[in-house]
Write a protein that binds this ligand. Structure first.
Ligand code: FE2
Length: 386
């Protein structure tokens, strides 16, 4: 995050001796991104963070592609993804390219047996159903319905759920995920016209420091493989840290929609950016107030991007037969728009209760085998009037 945060105990000067009460040293780690050019934090561990005891078998979790070159609109029933006990096994990639993986998950159990880190991607975990605690080596964040958990690559974490009913919409991003640049000043502060500000971003607050040695399994995802490392010290043994590189949470319910006299384009809903896709939040809001405005979106050709909409809650004004947990994909190259009757229905309406997350990718997405298993059928023909 482009602001400073610190937790726990840190020495007065970086790169100087820092000792425990018994006179032995803490171990400093620089945790940086984008070479030495991106955001970084300095961590102080009870033990060396490098103590690999064993490397177990690695296994392949690469998505299996069913449609390599897609030019068809699809609607996928996301809630048909099977609830699965294990967090990593529960993650089902549905739409992928070299820039990002869109993943659905319905884990029923907390992660207790192992720790996880994604060495390739920042992870955005949108909490559609469920609540709990994101535990990380930099501290913990409570989460509940509507939260985006933003986890920079390399963060070791565990997901702790309060119960079995969890539905997650996850995006793994191979390039860093940031707040939109146009909402930031040259110091990185979010500006007055931003739909949210730093006050809405929840940083890690509770730092767990486990000064423990033993056998600790960390599953590391890299290049489509899960590598299994046994470390000799607890991954959450940080006594203090400071810097700019840390996980945070942002609730979609804290996004302040930007509205206008006539229909506002999708960029007003933008929440996060990368150099390969954007994430937008469609939130309950008052409709356009020009007396003759058409609140439904116009037909549009996003010729250069594939559009993924994940429907979270409320009424989906521009679509017929859409339910919670559904994903629609509208590929670049052909126009799409409101369903028959939706434009007419929207005229004179005062507000919408829709809640949805959109991911627009600049490169085409491929559909996985698991995505086709969720396919609703003839969505691509759903604009024909019957
Ligand atoms: Fe669209």
């Amino acid at each position: 995050m482009p602001f400073y945060h610190k937790l726990g105990k840190i020495p007065h000067k970086r790169h100087t001796t820092f000792k425990k009460s018994d006179g032995t040293f803490y171990y400093e780690q620089l945790f940086g991104t984008v070479g030495f050019d991106g955001m970084s934090s300095l961590l102080y561990h009870c033990h060396r963070p490098t103590m690999v005891k064993e490397v177990l078998d690695s296994y392949d979790v690469s998505p299996e592609i069913a449609v390599e070159k897609n030019m068809k609109s699809y609607a996928l029933n996301g809630f048909n993804v099977k609830p699965t006990e294990d967090y990593l096994e529960s993650r089902v990639p549905v739409l992928v390219n070299n820039d990002c993986h869109v993943v659905l998950a319905s884990p029923t159990k907390s992660q207790t047996e192992y720790f996880y880190k994604n060495a390739d991607c920042d992870e955005m975990i949108f909490i559609h159903e469920g609540s709990g605690k994101l535990r990380t080596l930099l501290g913990n964040i409570e989460f509940s319905y509507g939260d985006y958990l933003m986890i920079p690559r390399g963060m070791i974490y565990q997901m702790e759920f309060n119960d079995e009913n969890n539905r997650l919409f996850i995006v793994e991003s191979f390039s860093p995920m940031y707040t939109p640049k146009r909402y930031r000043n040259h110091f990185g502060q979010l500006l007055e016209h931003s739909p949210y500000c730093e006050r809405d971003l929840r940083r890690p607050e509770e730092l767990e420091t486990h000064d423990e040695e033993g056998d600790f399994l960390v599953k590391v995802k890299k290049e489509g493989m899960i590598h299994q490392y046994i470390y000799a010290s607890h991954p959450f043994d940080v006594v203090g840290w400071d810097g700019y590189n840390f996980p945070y949470a942002f609730s979609i319910h804290d996004f302040e929609p930007i509205t206008g006299r006539v229909h506002q384009p999708p960029p007003v809903h933008q929440t996060f950016e990368t150099n390969a896709f954007v994430v937008c939040s469609f939130c309950p809001r008052l409709y356009d107030y020009h007396p003759e405005s058409i609140p439904a979106p116009y037909n549009h050709s996003n010729i250069d991007s594939d559009e993924v909409l994940y429907y979270v809650d409320g009424d989906f004004m521009s679509r017929n037969h859409i339910e919670k947990g559904m994903i629609t994909i509208h590929p670049g190259g052909i126009p799409h728009g409101p369903h028959p009757g939706a434009m007419e229905r929207s005229i004179g309406q005062k507000e919408t209760h829709e809640l949805a997350v959109m991911v627009d990718t600049f490169k085409p997405l491929k559909l996985t085998k698991q995505a086709l298993a969720l396919d609703e059928g003839d969505y691509h023909k759903s604009w024909i009037e019957h």
